[in-house]
Design a protein around this ligand. Structure first.
Ligand code: 13P
Length: 263
């Protein structure tokens, strides 16, 4: 099912009190504003605050406002010191999990096959994986970015059955745009999202491609959200820096709602 999603990846930021306050502020915003039916809001707090943040979402907002982990492991339990099972995320009330963020690929050497396994286990646990993909600057400059991102999908997702692939959300995050203040232009985002839909259609079918939610991430903020979200194949954003403050994040939610209503 294709949704419009505004997701906040808090990365390794905020303390407990700030995390609760931010969750509370977003919850309050959602309680006081009508979002379009297909708009969803997700936050990815740091692991130690996850359970607490879940508890600050009121019952009334529970279908709109979801919480996700930033990572998970490939096992349900066992002697894996420091790791978190997808079942544990599910157990504390998470619905989503980020898989394959470029920071995980870069700093923790997560490769295609590990990511494929994480996707499988997250699905088995009943979580919705938000699968991140995107190219480095040199790949963009060489003009091979589409092939690169298509390979990321193909190697970590295309082993899935059509039914399982339909549960995946994709986030296209060009690495050169993450945390740099440089955003992909709306045209660059649209071109990549359209290219991804084409490879999904080729692997599965047109319906599956049309129903896949594809988010954009990389320096997305109130000033550029409307231009990005107005693109036909951009279904929302995975927001880093601008998700750490209630005013900028709720502004982006407001822009998403406006874009949906004028579509
Ligand atoms: P920024 O919005 O800070 O560029 O981060 C994007 C991101 O990595 C979200 O996962």
């Amino acid at each position: 099912m294709r949704y419009k999603i505004v997701a906040g990846n808090w990365k390794m930021n905020l303390n407990q009190q700030q995390a609760i306050q931010l969750t509370n502020d977003i919850n309050e915003y959602l309680s006081n504003h009508d979002l379009a039916r297909q708009v969803k809001v997700v936050i990815h707090p740091p692991l130690p605050y996850l359970a607490n943040c879940v508890n600050y979402i009121s019952e009334k907002n529970s279908t709109t406002f979801g919480v996700g982990g930033q990572n998970c492991y490939t096992q349900a339990s066992g002697a894996y010191t420091g790791e978190t099972a997808p079942e544990m995320l599910k157990d504390i009330g998470c619905q989503y999990v980020l898989i394959g963020h470029s920071e995980r690929r870069k700093y923790f050497n997560e490769n295609h096959s590990l990511l494929a396994e994480k996707v499988d286990k997250a699905l088995e646990a009943g979580l919705t994986p938000i699968f991140c993909c995107g190219e480095l600057l040199d790949i963009r400059e060489a003009g091979t970015h589409e092939a690169h991102v298509e390979a990321q999908l193909s190697e970590s997702l295309f082993h899935l059955s059509k039914a399982d692939f339909s549960k995946i959300i994709i986030a296209y995050e060009p690495v050169w745009a993450i945390g740099t203040g440089v955003t992909a232009s709306p045209e660059q985002a649209q071109d990549m999202h359209a290219a991804l839909r084409q490879v999904i259609a080729k692997k599965y079918d047109k319906d599956t491609a049309e129903n896949t939610t594809i988010l954009y991430g990389g320096s997305c903020k109130p000033a550029n959200a409307e231009a990005l979200f107005s693109q036909p194949d951009v279904d929302g954003g995975l927001i880093g820096g601008a998700s750490l403050k209630a005013d900028s994040f709720t502004k982006i939610i407001e822009i998403m709602t406006k874009c949906v209503k004028t579509m």
